[in-house]
Design a binder for this molecule. Structure first.
Ligand code: SAM
Length: 137
């Protein structure tokens, strides 16, 4: 939520366009809801393993054991936007190449999966092939 001002600044000129958004890491869907509400003509592909990450485990496994519940809340939160949401459940290193094989392209890509350096770099690199001309990652 503390990035909202910045996001609005960068995304404002896309409000009236049909924007294809790819989100890597969705959790309960808070950021996906932001894109869908701020960009009313957008569609979003949400990639999440719904297995959590190291950071969730480090917090004391509260989230780790609850990921089925997290996924249920994601489904429930995104239900009002179901016609604009594509959920791709799986690990990003599997799903992103699959999207590339389908020749999918996105205008906006948000990398927020596993925050370790190697995973963030890998997601950004795989995402780069899915970013359209004039896209924003
Ligand atoms: C920080 S949370 C996402 C938060 C969300 N973007 C938001 O702002 O509301 C990270 C999510 O990435 C998912 N994740 C972690 N590693 C992943 C991977 N390798 N592939 C797909 N999803 C992953 C986790 O299951 C978790 O739900």
């Amino acid at each position: 939520s503390h990035h909202l001002n910045l996001w609005e600044e960068f995304l404002r000129d896309r409000i009236d366009t049909a924007t294809a958004v790819l989100e890597i890491g969705s959790f309960e869907g808070r950021s996906a809801l932001f894109f869908l509400q701020f960009l009313p003509k957008s569609r979003i592909t949400c990639v999440d393993s719904f297995q959590g990450s190291e950071e969730h485990v480090e917090r004391g496994s509260e989230y780790e054991s609850d990921m089925a519940e997290v996924e249920r809340r994601f489904d429930q939160n995104l239900m009002p936007f179901a016609d604009r949401v594509e959920k791709r459940k799986g690990c990003s290193v599997v799903v992103l190449p699959a999207l590339a094989a389908e020749q999918r392209l996105y205008d906006v890509i948000y990398v927020d999966g596993d925050h370790s350096a190697v995973s963030t770099y890998t997601d950004a690199r795989l995402g780069w092939d899915l970013l359209d001309k004039d896209g924003l990652m």
